[in-house]
Design a protein around this ligand. Structure first.
Ligand code: DC
Length: 225
């Protein structure tokens, strides 16, 4: 798929619980492309900052933690922090509670964007997050914005928590999602927003396979234009 200046990237943005990770993973499997979960990268930085006790309001501490950060991504979207695979720790409540604040810091975003673009240099990617279509890969071959009703997203999140044996109520999850949406879409640096020209896909009531089919069709149609 070459001959133009578009990157071999499917860029997917959307709020928490819109189905990004599951859909991106499945699409990447189908295409034989790598899956880049950028939310996991921001969670990993958050975990590291918690371990080091970084004060977010102190730019020096933030800078020095970023300079010494050893964050690497595996072939199967695993995340390695200081050489340790940190998968399950990324969903811990304390990470969940801090990740919006950490990911709002411009210095953190700058470091992550550089890593994300470097990943695209290694081969085709399905990249998901909040600023893939707007900031990181505006020149992606295919740009998708996923949405779903807030209630549907809360139900999905609740199912994830149940699988992880965490007892949380529906209203608590709903509030957490609303608060996260607010923070992610109102921050100054790279807020979540629908860029011009993106394909908007509402996943409410759609199966994973149906969503993946649609995105794959959009990609192929774009490629044959
Ligand atoms: O997709 P997720 O829930 O794992 O994302 C965790 C947090 O990271 C979320 O609050 C927003 C932030 N994030 C971001 O700011 N930019 C991205 N590209 C991906 C995630």
């Amino acid at each position: 798929m070459n001959g133009d200046r578009l990157l071999d990237v499917v860029a997917i943005d959307g709020p928490s619980g819109s189905g990004k990770s599951t859909i991106a993973k499945r699409l990447a499997e189908r295409l034989g492309w790598r899956h880049l979960d950028t939310g996991a990268m921001y969670r990993a930085v958050t975990l590291r900052f918690l371990e080091l006790g970084v004060h977010l309001e102190d730019p020096k501490e933030v800078r020095s933690a970023l300079e010494s950060l050893d964050l690497r991504l595996g072939e199967e979207a695993e995340v390695y922090l200081e050489g340790r695979e940190v998968g399950s720790a990324l969903r811990r409540p304390e990470v969940e509670a801090r990740v919006s604040a950490v990911s709002a810091l411009p210095a953190v975003r700058k470091a992550m964007v550089a890593l994300q673009r470097a990943e695209a240099g290694k081969g085709p990617l399905v990249a998901e997050g909040r600023d893939m279509t707007t900031v990181v890969f505006p020149d992606a071959r295919c740009r998708i914005f996923l949405e779903a009703s807030v209630e549907e997203r809360a139900r999905r999140r609740l199912r994830d928590f149940e699988r992880a044996s965490r007892e949380v109520g529906f209203s608590e999850v709903l509030e957490e999602i609303r608060a996260r949406d607010f923070l992610d879409s109102t921050r100054a640096d790279a807020p979540l927003r629908k860029a011009e020209g993106v394909h908007v896909l509402d996943t409410t009531g759609l199966s994973i396979e149906a969503c993946v089919d649609r995105i794959e069709r959009i990609l192929r149609e774009g490629a044959s234009r």
